[in-house]
Design a protein around this ligand. Structure first.
Ligand code: GRF
Length: 223
């Protein structure tokens, strides 16, 4: 069994015997760029739609606009440029340690443009959520809206899923659809999808924090 498979097996066995225990409410957010999904989390907490605290925002990119959004909201930030670590595994261990040190319960990847290794998922035992701009399992990886347009799909959307070591393939927590218009460009379709991402991500985080779910095979099952 590969380490990725063993991580998934542990997740499945720990959660398939009954509802997950109520999670803590401290979120860590990993970002690389603009940070509009981070902002959606900040706004949802401020508006009382998400009962949680963002304990730490980590960016692998110095100067990412997301860092400014975090600072403006009074959230601790950490810049960790991945090139300064000798290997992906060492880098991911560093991230997991920083999150543990802040007693983070749930991690959100909000535009974090780096794959997390199985090592991260072994070291950080809580749920890790990712928001992706396609209706997975269609169009994983980069440039998902471009892929959707190239494929000629009539419906696009976004997915929030639990992260496994397999890229964009973990159990699906929430999805939302948007129509594809005949005159859509990658930019116009991305913008329409982004509106749904901002609604969906806080909702999915709240659902995971509420507990009472399990993973059955590939499926996120709600009690
Ligand atoms: C979003 O489209 C998200 O789905 C993808 O990267 C983009 C990040 O945007 N993973 P932002 O940094 O949250 O504005």
């Amino acid at each position: 069994m590969t380490s990725a498979a063993s991580w998934r097996a542990r997740l499945a066995s720990s959660m398939s015997d009954g509802p997950a225990p109520p999670a803590g409410r401290r979120i860590g957010v990993l970002v690389s760029g603009r940070g509009s999904n981070l902002q959606a989390l900040i706004d949802a907490i401020r508006d009382g739609r998400l009962d949680a605290t963002i304990a730490l925002v980590i960016s692998n990119v110095a100067g990412a606009p997301a860092l400014g959004r975090a600072t403006a909201a009074g959230i601790e930030t950490l810049v960790a440029p991945h090139r300064e670590w000798s290997s992906r595994e060492h880098y991911d261990e560093h991230l997991a340690e920083a999150l543990h040190a802040r007693q983070v319960d749930v991690v959100c990847l909000a535009g974090f443009m780096r794959r997390l290794s199985a090592r991260f998922l072994e070291r950080f035992s809580g749920p890790v959520l990712n928001v992706h701009p396609s209706l997975l399992p269609a169009f994983p990886g980069v440039d998902a809206p471009d892929q959707a347009l190239t494929h000629g799909v009539r419906v696009a959307g976004c997915t929030v899923h639990l992260v496994t070591a397999e890229l964009d393939a973990g159990p699906i927590v929430r999805q939302a659809c948007v129509a594809v218009h005949p005159d859509d460009s990658p930019a116009s379709l991305s913008a329409r999808i982004l509106v749904e991402e901002h609604r969906l991500l806080p909702e999915a985080v709240a659902r995971v924090l509420a507990g009472g779910w399990r993973v059955d095979g590939r499926a996120f099952v709600e009690a």
